[in-house]
Design a binder for this molecule. Structure first.
Ligand SMILES: Nc1ncnc2c1ncn2[C@@H]1O[C@H](COP(=O)(O)OP(=O)(O)OP(=O)(O)O)[C@@H](O)[C@H]1O
Length: 303
């Protein structure tokens, strides 16, 4: 059984009169990759900053590896690496100098070159950062979060500005780290990328946690659809309904699949009734669809 590395309990946070975190509780298991997702302004960065001890909160507790975290209690930060919003980059320092300056004294040159190598930054690591593109700066920010090989890594929108190859490299690095026992809390709006990585999902909306589940649970609960395009969708729907197929109420013409649904039977039924099938495919709900449904159905109200 895995143990908990990060525990957030009953966290409340205000900015002026606005309450931006409302009784936020969740925990993260050691070695897991956890996705923190939700609409713009939901409170993802605020949670991450609170976990990093960057500001006071009205009430609640945060512990990392059993140690409390607050603006006056930073001991646990020794175990944490983070990239929050934009990486703080100094234009006149090279990438290598950034890594040297901001890594721990105990981090060796070999460790620095190892992350440079894995992030494929060799060709520009000795150039001044003012010459870096957006993606290069982002990669340097990620390298800074990882260079000390922390137990817990917090990445806010790490895929921002990365090209497809860099995204793939980052995915490999993250999955390798998790295999070695590193825990990662990652926020991203690029759900198609996130779902290739994460073990667990924490969904926040308007400052409240609306959902915490493993991806396995999410996938097992997600709908499987048979999406159809026919010569006469209206008639096809009528025939399928008469034959006890469950029509999906989404945007596309689809039936909800169960263990008894056979594509061949559906095609035969429709063609026996003089309907041509232009296209038919099995579709599993992806994370984006599941999340949109979840947010559509959640009852959280703006205060
Ligand atoms: N320093 C601040 N002062 C006042 N309000 C703030 C401050 N930082 C964040 N907020 C507000 O807190 C809420 C949550 O913001 P936060 O940045 O945590 O959202 P987010 O989920 O990370 O959003 P996004 O996906 O757009 O990055 C928003 O309503 C935002 O306007």
């Amino acid at each position: 059984m895995s143990d908990t590395i990060l525990n957030v309990e009953h966290l409340n946070k205000n900015f002026g009169k606005k309450q931006v975190l409302k009784d936020v509780s969740f925990s993260v298991q050691t070695g897991h990759i956890v996705g923190l997702v939700g609409p713009n302004g939901a409170g993802k960065s605020t949670i991450m900053k609170a976990v990093l001890g960057l500001f006071n909160y009205a009430s609640g507790t945060i512990t990392i590896d059993g140690e409390p975290v607050s603006p006056t209690s930073h001991k646990a930060m020794d175990k944490v690496g983070a990239l929050i919003e934009y990486p703080g980059i100094y234009p006149f320092l090279t990438g290598y100098q950034h890594l040297e300056l901001f890594s721990k004294d105990s981090t060796s040159k070999d460790q620095i070159m190892d992350i440079v190598d894995k992030m494929k930054m060799d060709s520009y690591i000795n150039r001044k950062a003012k010459t870096y593109s957006l993606g290069m700066k982002q990669k340097l920010g990620i390298a800074l979060a990882l260079v000390d090989r922390p137990k817990l890594v917090i990445l806010d929108e790490p895929m921002n500005g990365l090209d497809p190859q860099a995204n793939k490299d980052l995915r490999t690095i993250i999955l390798d780290l998790a295999k070695q026992g590193t825990t990662l809390l990652i926020s991203s709006h690029i759900l198609s990328e996130l779902e290739k990585l994460i073990d667990d999902l924490v969904v926040i909306d308007k400052g409240q946690i609306v959902y915490t589940k493993s991806m396995a649970e999410l996938e097992s609960g997600s709908k499987k659809l048979l999406v159809l395009k026919t010569s006469d969708d209206a008639k096809a729907k009528e025939i399928l309904a008469q034959n006890n197929y469950q029509l999906d109420n989404g945007d596309k013409f689809a039936i909800v699949e169960n263990d008894q649904t056979k594509m061949a039977d559906v095609i035969k039924l429709l063609s026996d009734n003089g309907i041509d099938i232009d296209d038919v495919q099995h579709v599993h709900s992806d994370l984006e669809t599941s999340l949109l449904n979840l947010l559509k159905n959640d009852k959280v109200k703006e205060s």
